[in-house]
Ligand binder design. Structure first.
Ligand SMILES: [Fe+2]
Length: 182
């Protein structure tokens, strides 16, 4: 096996691509479940931890009859907060990107702009920033994600489904990449 990429042969790269593919489908669901669990340590001032919030959002999506990809988007839309708050939507969207539709990717990426309706006035930002996306194919789903599943998901008395109950959806979505880039 090469020690410098410039020396790699086609055979070696085919082997590496196959190994990456095996890792991707076997590791991703477990990594996502473990990452979601770590959200319980992030409180950041809300009435629920970020895990509690994510479970409520996922539960609301599930109870509305959403697809696996949509439930997983609701469950994972704030996963980026494990690494960075200001761009957490974009981080979560990139984590989801190989596994979900383009519309879901964009809705997760821009969910903070849609949430702005509820609090941007307090931060000196445009609460209707979502309007610049009005003509996008994903606008309606972004409204559903934010207005129906994300924004109402801060009630500590809400009986959300437990994290383990989402393992089937997480496994189905994160075991099935639509694209593979080594
Ligand atoms: Fe959220």
């Amino acid at each position: 096996m090469f020690t410098d990429m410039k020396d790699g042969t086609r055979e070696e790269w085919m082997h590496i691509a196959a190994e990456h593919g095996k890792h991707q489908v076997s590791a991703a669901p477990k990594q996502i479940m473990e990452s979601l669990a770590r959200l319980d340590a992030i409180e950041v001032g809300f009435a629920a931890t970020q895990l509690g919030h994510s479970l409520m959002a996922g539960t609301l999506a599930r109870r509305s009859g959403a697809s696996d990809e949509e439930v997983v988007a609701a469950l994972c839309h704030d996963l980026g907060k494990l690494f960075s708050i200001p761009n957490h939507g974009a981080i979560a969207a990139e984590m989801l990107k190989p596994y979900v539709s383009e519309d879901i990717y964009h809705a997760v990426k821009w969910h903070q702009e849609f949430q702005g309706r509820y609090y941007f006035e307090h931060l000196g930002k445009d609460p209707e920033g979502r309007e610049r996306f009005r003509d996008e194919s994903w606008y309606a789903f972004a409204e559903k994600l934010v207005d129906e599943w994300d924004a109402p998901a801060f009630d500590p008395d809400f009986r959300a489904d437990p994290l383990e109950s989402f393992e089937p959806e997480v496994t189905r979505v994160f075991s099935n990449p639509k694209a593979m880039i080594t």
